[in-house]
Design a protein around this ligand. Sequence first.
Ligand code: GDP
Ligand code: MG
Length: 202
Amino acid sequence: MYTLLHGFYKYLTQKDEFCVLILGLDNAGKTTYLECSKTKFKKNYKGIMPGKITTTVGLNIGNIDINRVSLNFWDLGGQTELQSLWDKYYAECHAIIYIVDSSDRERMDESRKTFEKMIFNENLAGIPLLILANKQDIPDCMGVREVKPIFNQNAHLIGRRDFMVMPISALTGDGIAEGMQWLVESIHRNIEMRPPKNAEDY
Ligand SMILES: Nc1nc2c(ncn2[C@@H]2O[C@H](COP(=O)(O)OP(=O)(O)O)[C@@H](O)[C@H]2O)c(=O)[nH]1
Ligand SMILES: [Mg+2]
């Protein structure tokens, strides 16, 4: 009886756990994005002031609960020497957020190439990809209309998975909620290929 009730209680309260990697070049705004998302979605969370965010060395982790879904975010450092660590996490993740600095035209091709190298990895086959064209608050930045065709050059590697390019500003928070909604829906669509981390507990 106890086990039965315990099981039922667990069913009612348990959240499906998913892991989302936040990748992109250094300075794209990954850490600012994660802080802003936590501020928006976590009650009582006081974010770090954007000016106080320092370069990420290693790993920066965050968790957000949305309805019955628990998202664990892994913000991995973007410097070239840290990029070699990214693929250690590919087999376990449920979605990728790739952040682009839309105001940095000079590094746009470097960003595309890094993206290409990332999705070439077979452990990411079929995994939903959300590209966030960040820093839309900066005048003269590249809009989604400009950013999207650049990353679409890799359409053959992107394939038939869920793929989206959205405009955001991690500084003002514009676009963050829309991106999060897309992410949760896409992770659910892909749930048979990548079941939640806690699925074996059911
Ligand atoms: N104007 C503007 N600056 C941003 C935005 N997002 C991040 N930044 C700035 O870009 C710099 C790098 O951000 P950070 O989050 O450390 O990038 P990371 O290296 O990808 O983690 C910082 O000076 C941020 O304040 C944005 O949406 N708009
Ligand atoms: Mg960082």
